[in-house]
Design a protein around this ligand. Structure first.
Ligand code: XMP
Length: 435
């Protein structure tokens, strides 16, 4: 399908991604390229209709002012200059900061009138194009995909399934640190509803045995990440005739926004550290998409809303919320209290409002009273935060009646817990997770 594109050339602006998203929101595809792209490289890109040179506060690098090559102006494309402090800017985007509507207004005349770009970028076309491209790349060969149930891997799975059906082999590794019902949900949606070829590996014991007695958070992360690759690799070796590896790489993984170096586009061709003798070619159908576009793509493919809009969940899962050395009883307390919190947040409509919310169980007990007797049990800490980019975060001021309802349920239903606290700390000084 024909797709027009506005190319953004990066001169170190922090607004590159905001600008690209705004142009895409106008229905015109846009990508970001380094400032030193040559005219020949530019001409080789498909569907280019115009160029925006996006200067910023970082366009002096190591004392040298960077600029696009003079030949870019002779390449035959309409050019607009935008940015912070360039004297000759057509548009000063800095004033708009992150206001997508204002940026859309500022660039739409250039995009549509000057460049004559057509608004032909939408999810329907994107999905149709990617299905075609995947079929062309893969042919009748097989693709292996680690399906965690996160947004990106779920959307890749749904897309590959449409493209190649049974030739997609999904592997879901349950590391025992998933939230309540999560692995079951992956099986229900992908195996039962979408009839995907799904291998389910319950590796709970392997992970928990390895983690036994390990209290250091970074050590825990290393063990979980390393073992995940080993389990996946073992499954891969059991399968014959697989040439491709599906990956949920998305555009922010490829473009590093706001970089201070001249080379702003970098590739993250990280296959998760799989050994070199496993030769896979990568299939990355979401590599052009921003996160919100990935969600829209998931909906277009018919995935459930809850799956596509779920809150972020760290790779090490509940492992970093069961503080210190993980024990099965505290892990269960985290899992059960987290399920209660999620249920009550959904009932109160907070699941659509709050960015991330979960519970934590520390590795110390406190004294309480249960059934007229002294108890010595675990506390549960509730955390609910809002953020744009996870670099800073503020807490959600959850209303008392909701917190009290959640507290009552946790104390009644999770027998190893006698105390519930609410974490009031913003980031900074705290981080979002406790480990
Ligand atoms: P912090 O705790 O650093 O978290 O404020 C910021 C965001 O990152 C998530 N997070 C992780 N995600 N692996 C992940 O995939 C990890 O080891 C990890 N640690 C933190 C966290 O949930 C929050 O969204």
């Amino acid at each position: 399908m024909k797709q027009d594109m506005i190319v953004i050339l990066d001169l170190g602006s922090h607004e590159n991604t905001v600008l690209a998203r705004a142009i895409r929101a106008l229905g015109v595809y846009s990508e970001i390229y380094p400032h030193d792209i040559t005219a020949a490289e530019l001409k080789a890109l498909p569907g280019v209709k115009g160029i925006i040179i996006n200067g910023g506060p970082n366009h002096v690098i190591d004392g040298v002012e960077i600029d696009v090559l003079p030949e870019i102006y002779e390449a035959g494309f309409p050019v607009m200059a935008a940015g912070h402090d360039k004297a000759l800017c057509d548009v000063k985007l800095a004033e708009f900061a992150n206001d997508e509507e204002a940026i859309k207004d500022a660039v739409k005349d250039f995009v549509f009138d000057t460049c004559k770009a057509e608004a032909n970028w939408n999810m329907k076309n994107f999905v149709a194009d990617q299905i075609e491209l995947v079929r062309r790349q893969v042919g009748d060969k097989k693709v292996l995909l680690a399906l965690s149930g996160g947004v990106d891997s779920s959307v890749v799975a749904a897309l590959l399934l449409k493209a190649i059906g049974d030739n997609l082999v999904c592997v879901h590794v349950n590391h025992g640190l998933m939230r309540k019902g999560e692995s079951e949900n992956v099986i229900e949606v992908f195996r039962n509803q979408l009839s995907a070829n799904l291998i389910y590996v319950d590796a709970t014991d392997r992970f928990l045995n390895l983690l036994e007695g390990v209290a250091d958070p970074e050590q825990k992360r290393k063990i979980i990440g390393g073992e995940f690759i080993r389990v996946f690799e073992e499954e891969a070796r059991k399968l014959d005739g697989i040439d491709f590896l599906g990956q949920g790489t998305i555009y922010p993984d490829i473009v590093e926004s706001g970089t201070k170096t001249a080379k702003m586009v970098k590739s993250h061709h990280n296959v998760g550290g799989l050994p070199e003798d496993l030769h896979f070619e990568l299939v990355e159908p979401l590599r052009q998409l921003f996160k919100d576009e990935v969600r829209a793509c998931g909906l277009e493919l018919g995935l459930p809303y809850e799956m596509v809009y779920r809150q972020p969940f760290p790779g090490p899962g509940l492992g970093v919320r069961c503080l210190g050395a993980i024990t099965r009883d505290r892990l269960e307390a985290v899992r059960e209290s987290d399920a209660i919190l999620r249920e009550e947040f959904a009932k109160a409509g907070l699941d659509k409002k709050v960015w991330q919310y979960f519970t934590i169980v520390p590795d110390f007990k406190s004294v309480g009273v249960r059934d007229n007797a002294r108890s010595y049990d675990w506390p549960v800490i509730i955390r609910a935060v809002n953020t744009i980019d996870a670099m800073t975060a503020s807490i959600e001021p959850v209303e008392w009646p909701i917190l009290m309802k959640i507290t009552e349920r946790i104390l009644n239903e999770v027998k190893t817990v006698n105390r519930v606290c609410y974490d009031m700390s913003p980031k900074p000084s705290a981080t979002i997770e406790w480990e």
